[in-house]
Design a protein around this ligand. Structure first.
Ligand code: SF4
Length: 177
């Protein structure tokens, strides 16, 4: 049987969801027999492939780059998974919404700068006015809740997605395995 392709994507999140994914530990070896990781912060691929079977997306949409990226990912992915509460609700990154991006940038790059205070205009992507969950931009096929989802949740969900079996994570905990 040919392997499925798997991508993991990091938008505006803390990487905790990726850490929890890695917490599957030896079960990653089992997963590796069924999938090839073709794009991820943990591999060196620079461009999102044309066709990906499953994409796990961590983080909310906070910048113009995030928005462009999630739309491209959706166009090239069969099953898109919102991985964790930031992707599903906005969660932690959306705490800046009542404050607005200008005040955040001023605080980070001017008020807290120890030298050369200035708000960057290149390299750092332009922030959107509001941080929003990914389903407000693209269709999401599977929601994996938790901050982060537990390793057991990942294992259960990915096993179901890879085998085509039923997906029921209702009995799993939201925090830790
Ligand atoms: Fe981090 Fe929690 Fe957001 Fe995952 S859901 S990126 S662990 S803050």
């Amino acid at each position: 049987m040919s392997k499925l392709t798997l991508a993991t994507v990091w938008l505006d999140g803390c990487s905790g969801c990726h850490m929890s994914f890695l917490d599957m530990d030896e079960r990653l070896l089992e997963l590796a027999e069924a999938v090839d990781v073709v794009y991820s912060p943990i591999v060196d691929t620079k461009e999102y492939p044309d066709e990906v079977d499953i994409a796990l997306v961590e983080g909310a949409v906070a910048s113009v780059d995030d928005e462009k990226k999630i739309k491209k990912i959706r166009a090239h992915t069969r099953t898109l998974v919102a991985m964790g509460d930031c992707a599903i609700t906005g969660n932690v990154p959306s705490m800046r919404n009542p404050i607005g991006p200008e005040a955040i940038l001023r605080r980070a790059y001017i008020e807290n700068a120890s030298c050369q205070p200035q708000i960057p205009t290149v390299v750092v992507p332009k922030l959107l006015t509001m941080v929003r969950p990914i389903h407000e931009f693209v269709k999401v096929d599977v929601f994996l809740p938790g901050c982060p989802p537990s390793a057991d949740t990942f294992y259960t969900a990915l096993t179901a997605l890879v085998t085509g079996g039923p997906l029921d994570i209702s009995a799993l905990t939201r925090f830790g395995a």
